[in-house]
Design a protein around this ligand. Structure first.
Ligand SMILES: [Zn+2]
Length: 141
């Protein structure tokens, strides 16, 4: 279970340079995570990205196993299922399904939408399910 404070992107932009990646997005402009260094350890789920993840999100903050996870195995989720952001980075997960480059917009990939149906964060699943409505809102005539 991911914990912490709930804050906007403006606050995230202020604290991210100090805390590094410690939050997850839970709604269009809301994030959950620590707000200072003393809270960081207790607010982390310590899940790295993988293109073949072993955990997935249910709702917004609950993560569940997608398969058997060995003791000591690193927890990973596909950040495509939680992120809607502007980043792009090389992936070195080393799995046979590695995309090579991951971006904060990978949730828009139709293949990933099929692969991860049911384990996208709530706000992303709503965007996927109601894509036409969101396009109208973001690009009014
Ligand atoms: Zn990868």
């Amino acid at each position: 279970m991911k914990g912490g404070h709930i804050f906007t992107r403006a606050t995230l932009d202020e604290i991210a340079p100090v805390l590094g990646p410690a939050e997850i997005q839970i709604a269009i402009d809301l994030f959950i995570g620590p707000c200072d260094a003393d809270e960081r350890e207790g607010a982390m789920i310590f899940s790295n990205h993988s293109c073949d993840p072993n955990i997935g999100v249910q709702g917004q903050i609950v993560f569940v196993a997608l398969r058997e996870i060995a003791t000591g195995e690193e927890l990973t989720h596909d950040w495509a299922t939680t992120d809607d952001d502007d980043y792009s980075m090389t992936c070195r997960c080393g799995t046979t399904t590695c995309r090579g480059v991951i971006t904060g917009r990978d949730w828009q990939n139709k293949e990933l939408q099929r692969k991860y149906h049911g384990i996208f964060s709530w706000y992303l699943q709503r965007k996927i399910d109601h894509a036409a409505d969101y396009l109208r809102i973001e690009n009014p005539a």
